[in-house]
Design a protein around this ligand. Sequence first.
Ligand SMILES: C[S@@+](CC[C@H](N)C(=O)[O-])C[C@H]1O[C@@H](n2cnc3c(N)ncnc32)[C@H](O)[C@@H]1O
Length: 179
Amino acid sequence: MTNEQIHDTIASGYAGGQIKLQYRSNLYNLADIARKVTDSILDIGSGGGASLGALALASPPTTKVYSIDPNMPQGLLDRIMNWGLSGKVFLVPGRSEDVVDRWDITLDLIFIDGVHEYGAVKSAAESYGEHLNVGGYLAFHDYNNYRNTVGKAIDEFMEEHTDYKKLLLEEELYIAQKL
Ligand SMILES: C[S@@+](CC[C@H](N)C(=O)[O-])C[C@H]1O[C@@H](n2cnc3c(N)ncnc32)[C@H](O)[C@@H]1O
């Protein structure tokens, strides 16, 4: 599926049928890396399902996409069904900091967009990053937002983990690769 087709599919689930331009570019970048993975993907912070949808629509058919969020509104469940992703997406209700204690799935891609606070972002990267395969991708949203607390967490994480290299920072989306 092309990025434009992914956008149109996802946008059909939202009032107005549009994803705002800045976030559209984030979804395209996420889709581009999701196409390259084989093992599972984790989306932290399901929200309305846009990132989850892009990751699941772009990744290979056998790749499972997990998404953690304490809130799972009916609209999210409806979108996943309407986008034809019921067999590929696995929703994990709960807070990522609680779920991590029982997490035992190896991952090729992690997208962190849950709690936008310094400590939460850094500890999510640390704890879930342990399950990331070498060559896998660690992506974060909102690098410059939230008074730059997210960016500070990302910068510190990268300084302290020289086994990751920065690939991209564009429109608030930061992507690193585990070496
Ligand atoms: C900005 S939204 C995510 C948007 C989503 N990436 C999308 O494309 O629609 C942030 C989400 O994080 C969720 N959240 C809040 N606390 C959380 C936690 N402790 N663990 C995981 N998700 C959390 C919120 O319920 C919210 O749905």
